[in-house]
Each structure stands twice: as C-alpha cells, then as structure tokens.
Ligand binder design. Structure first.
Ligand code: FAD
Length: 286
C-alpha cells in the first residue's frame, strides 16, 4: 500500500528501520526482531540501501519478503551511489514487481568517505532521483530531511531550500535524520511549513542503548547530543542496564513530547534489534 494512503492528519504513524544483514546469524536474528516488532502493528517498516555489492540486492529481497510473506508495508531506501538512471529504473521496477510501492529516495554518501561525485549517467542530488522515480513509476516517493542541517550544507536556509526542491520534485513525505533535542525538530518543521512544504514530516528516533555506539553514530551523521543527556549517560557507562533504562526513558519522553506537538510520524532506527523499540512503543501506548 502506498504511504499516502497511510499518513493521516492527527494520527502519527509508527515505523521501524531495518538493514539487510551480512551474515546468516544476522538474518536469523533480524527475522526474530521482526516477529517481536510486528505485534506493535507498525504503519510501515523501511529497509536501508547499502553502499555497494550484494547487500544492495538484499534490500530488494528483504523488502519483498517483509511486504509479501510477513505482511507489513515497506518503504525501500534507494541511493544514487554508483547507479545510472536506467539502473535505478530497473530497481524501482523490481521493487514494484514485489508489491513494494514506496521508495525513500536518497543521494547516499561516497563509499569509504571523501567527496561526493555523481556516477556518469546517474544523479547529482536526491531531488533528481525523486523526479526520476516519479517519472518512471507510480511508486510513492519520500525523501530525507535534516533537522540540524545536512553535514555538508553551507547553511540551514540553503539546506531547507534543497529539501523543498525534493518535495517540489514529487516527494510526498520527509523522514528525518535522528535527533535528540525536540527543539531542533520543531524549529525545522516550522521552517519547512513556512516555506510551503505541507507533506508529512516523520521524526527519526534513535533510542540510546550504548554510549560508545551513539558517539560513533553522531560523529557520522552530524546529530548533536544535548549536554545534560550526554553527561548523564557517561555517568552510567559502567552499568549497561542503567544506560539502557536511561536511554529508553529519554526516547519515550522525547516521543511523548513530539506526539503532544502533533508529529506526523515516529520512525525508529532499530539497528535490527527489538527490545528498546518494544519498550518505548509499549510505554507510549500504556
Ligand atoms: P541530498 O538531498 O542530495 O543532499 C545532500 C547535500 O547536497 C545536502 O548538503 C544538500 O543541502 C545538498 N543539495 C541537495 N540538493 C541540492 C541541489 N539541487 N543543489 C545543490 N546542493 C544540493 N544512506 C545510505 O547509503 N543508505 C540508506 O539507506 C540511507 N538511509 C537514510 C535514511 C534517512 C532517513 C536519512 C536521513 C539518511 C539516510 N542515508 C542513507 C544517508 C544519506 O544518504 C546521506 O545523509 C546523504 O549524505 C544525503 O542524502 P540526501 O538524500 O539528503 O541528499
């Protein structure tokens, strides 16, 4: 089902992100995770797109299995990295053949870091990918947004204009990068609305369950951890159970506040694990 049939004003969607595992154990564990998360009745789940190689085909395979065998709506991520326009058309067709009618159109990052360069015959920015997918398919297309600005953006205003370019090209929803300070998200949402973006804006939530791991993530994606949260987590670092409890408590409160402010959706970065997401969603529904 296309996500525009799922998003509804006044009813926040709940969704979970998974990535295609690299090992057999990883696949077993992922399907166990999905088994545990399915009873939460997610509006949809998303499947990330890897930087290259066999994991890319696995995105299509996993998306199809979740959509058809497990029966949950899927939003498949797709990036411009290393692809020509014709290859993108082929992947979108493969997804549609698996009844996956929703694509999160992303630029992606250069594998191994470095400066972004367009693949010959491919796309420079995600706005072109959005427009291309819209022109060759009937799929619903979403795009990424960055409440604190994309790490390579020259300034927030310019970044917002680029985001509007994606919406104007046909993106019907924005899924945000993870953030920990709701003030950043609410300001970003106001700014989006102010310059005419009316599509649903889904908040990306990453429950912190491991201090070193979250430090690595924020270094990569440019998100900021508020000092009070960081010092609290660091003070608990010697006891993983306490870190887990504090991380869940923080994320649940963050979600409650976003729901109070009428967020269009909550998208949980699960890292293919269930306990934190189950704990948070159960608290929200209690
Ligand atoms: P773009 O929208 O192209 O923006 C990239 C940069 O270029 C920004 O600084 C922007 O301001 C600028 N820009 C945009 N348009 C223009 C323009 N027309 N002219 C000039 N400058 C412009 N990566 C993966 O590899 N696989 C995934 O599955 C994946 N999933 C993600 C899911 C979410 C929700 C998010 C937030 C990110 C995800 N990423 C993923 C990471 C993403 O690919 C990177 O953050 C990437 O650097 C930016 O992607 P984008 O689609 O926002 O790019």
């Amino acid at each position: 089902m296309r996500l525009d049939q799922i998003f509804a004003p006044g009813r926040a969607s709940i969704s979970f992100e998974f990535f295609p595992p690299k090992t057999d154990e990883g696949w077993t564990s992922l399907y166990q995770t999905i088994d545990k998360l399915k009873p939460l009745d997610p509006s949809y789940v998303s499947v990330t797109y890897g930087a290259g190689g066999s994991t890319r085909a696995k995105t299509v395979e996993l998306a199809g299995r979740i959509q058809n065998d497990i029966g949950i709506n899927v939003l498949a991520h797709l990036t411009c990295v290393g692809h020509t326009a014709d290859e993108i058309t082929g992947i979108v067709q493969q997804l549609a053949a698996q009844n996956v009618d929703n694509v999160l159109a992303l630029r992606g990052d250069p594998p191994g870091g470095g400066v972004w360069t367009r693949t010959p015959g491919g796309f420079e920015h995600a706005d072109q990918l959005v427009a291309h997918i819209r022109s060759v398919s009937k799929s619903f297309v979403a795009c990424a947004g960055f409440p604190e600005g994309h790490p390579q953006c020259l300034n927030l205003r310019r970044d917002l204009e680029h985001l509007k370019g994606k919406v104007d090209a046909g993106a019907g929803a924005i899924v945000t990068q993870l953030f920990f300070d709701n003030a950043d998200f609410l300001r970003f949402r106001d700014d989006c609305r102010h310059i005419g973006m009316t599509v649903p804006i889904v908040a990306g939530i990453m429950p912190i369950t491991n201090v070193q791991q979250i430090k690595r993530f924020v270094t990569m994606c440019g998100a900021r951890i508020p000092n009070r949260l960081l010092t609290k987590l660091e003070s608990l670092e010697g006891n993983p159970d306490d870190v887990y409890r504090a991380g869940i408590e923080y994320a649940a409160n963050q979600c409650r506040d976003l729901l109070f402010h009428g967020v269009d959706g909550l998208h949980f970065y699960t890292l293919n694990k269930s306990p934190a997401t189950v704990d948070i969603v159960q608290r929200l529904r209690a």
